[in-house]
Ligand binder design. Structure first.
Ligand code: SME
Length: 156
């Protein structure tokens, strides 16, 4: 089951088409948010070999590092800071083609070149963000960002 989840062929967007129903099946009967975040991070990392995939969870006025795959990362991010804190504050997806051009970008690893952050909502409130880092500039097209938003909506 777990190994079958890794989509090995097709374009990036074709892989998303196959992967999303598999993620639905993987998490639909599991109510634990952290367990589901952990498996989603693993599924995205293994399928696309992104540099870093993970979640930050809202704790009071900060984001705190949650389940992730990749190198060690910053533990806490203030609201409005960096790409993650901005996505939380603005309640919107942030797609940054060149992180060096983003004022206030928090560099956890100099290998990160482009980044997408998608907020996760419980009603109107953001309870976490999904953060994807690539080691390539301009690595996320609009369709890919849309797929990541679909995945974020699966996590309640
Ligand atoms: N670059 C992010 C910080 C988190 S790491 O990329 C894992 C930011 O600016 O919010």
């Amino acid at each position: 089951m777990a190994e079958d989840l890794i989509v090995k062929t097709g374009s990036k967007l074709e892989k998303y088409e196959v992967l999303i129903p598999q993620i639905v099946a993987l998490i639909e009967n599991e109510p634990d948010r952290i367990a589901n975040m952990a498996n989603v991070a693993a599924a995205l990392k293994q399928t696309f070999e992104y540099f870093w995939v993970g979640f930050y969870l809202v704790h009071d006025d900060e984001l705190v590092l949650g389940p992730f795959q990749g190198p060690i990362a910053c533990t806490r991010i203030r609201k409005g800071k960096g790409v993650c804190g901005t996505a939380w504050l603005k309640k919107t997806t942030m797609s940054v083609p060149d992180v060096d051009q983003f004022p206030g970008h928090i560099s956890c690893n100099s290998a990160s070149k482009s980044e997408v952050v998608v907020p996760l909502f419980c009603g109107e409130e953001v309870f976490a963000v999904l953060d994807i880092d690539s080691d390539r500039l301009n690595d996320f097209c609009a369709e890919e960002v849309s797929y990541l938003e679909q995945i974020a909506k699966l996590l309640k």
